[in-house]
Design a protein around this ligand. Structure first.
Ligand code: ATP
Ligand code: MG
Length: 242
């Protein structure tokens, strides 16, 4: 297995919101060019994990390693500059700005000298999501949910990340759009991007992931290949409500 550029590893993370202990010793690895899915019901701590990775929340113990380098507790802008990009749950595009403006804003924030990553051209985003090209002068607030998801992904991609964190990208989208987005995620992995896919859409995770982690109450309770999880009725019923 390749453990080169783009490997993300978290080990023993504990994260609190105030006195609420949310993450209890979470460990997982996302190898280069792989899609790793994180499944779990509402409120188990999936978003807290991705927020901890990009330093929106600080872990009390544990480590976050990018390509073997410790980035735990580093400021978010530095983590982004090093090549980790988050596509947040609920998309959070700038609704009053156009598609093009949404895509140029991240490029205006200088990547800085320390950056080891190559930003994407907006044209490459439009090649990836042709729908966005057709809508480029429209305000993001007028786009459909699927188009907003594509835009949210495009906004992360213009930074040329090595590691992409996707927080429930399929939430509220029609199956056809989920398929379209899945295809792109598969292509991103093929060009070497490492993807942590947080999902509640079991089928999507099954189709895309090389490896799947299941979370319950802030803990990883299962790790396996998609095939083996699909055959594990106990884990599916206990932790995924299937
Ligand atoms: N800012 C916050 N302050 C306090 N508690 C929070 C905060 N954000 C989340 N929580 C709590 O932390 C727990 C985990 O929430 P989190 O959003 O990480 O779950 P999730 O797995 O992403 O859920 P969902 O599938 O609904 O997005 C929940 O009990 C939630 O109420
Ligand atoms: Mg969430």
């Amino acid at each position: 297995m390749a453990w080169g550029i783009g490997m993300l590893e978290v080990a023993g993370l504990n994260t609190y919101y105030g006195y609420s202990h949310i993450l209890h010793g979470v460990s997982l690895k996302v190898p280069r060019g792989q899609v790793v899915a994180l499944l779990g019901r509402n409120g188990v701590g999936k978003t807290t994990l991705v927020h901890t990775i990009v330093s929106f929340a600080k872990p009390t113990t544990g480590k976050i390693l990018l390509n073997g380098q410790d980035i735990t507790g580093h400021p978010t802008h530095e983590i982004v500059r090093r090549g980790i990009a988050l596509v947040p749950q609920g998309r959070r595009v700038f609704r009053s700005l156009t598609v093009t403006e949404n895509l140029t804003i991240p490029l205006r924030c200088s990547l800085g000298e320390e950056s080891t990553i190559e930003p994407w051209k907006i044209e490459t985003v439009f090649e990836t999501f042709p729908t966005l090209r057709a809508r480029r002068e429209q305000r993001a607030g007028n786009l459909s949910g699927g188009e907003q998801q594509m835009l949210a992904m495009g906004r992360a991609l213009v930074r040329g990340p090595q590691v992409l964190l996707l927080d429930e990208p399929s939430e509220g989208l029609a199956p056809m759009i989920v398929e379209e987005i899945s295809k792109v995620i598969g292509q991103l992995a093929m060009i070497g991007m490492s993807v942590l896919l947080v999902e509640q859409n079991f089928r999507m995770a099954l189709n895309l992931a090389n490896n799947i982690f299941v979370m319950s109450r802030g803990q990883i309770v299962h790790e396996s290949s998609p095939e083996s999880l699909d055959n594990n009725e106990e884990i599916k019923s206990r932790y995924l409500g299937m």
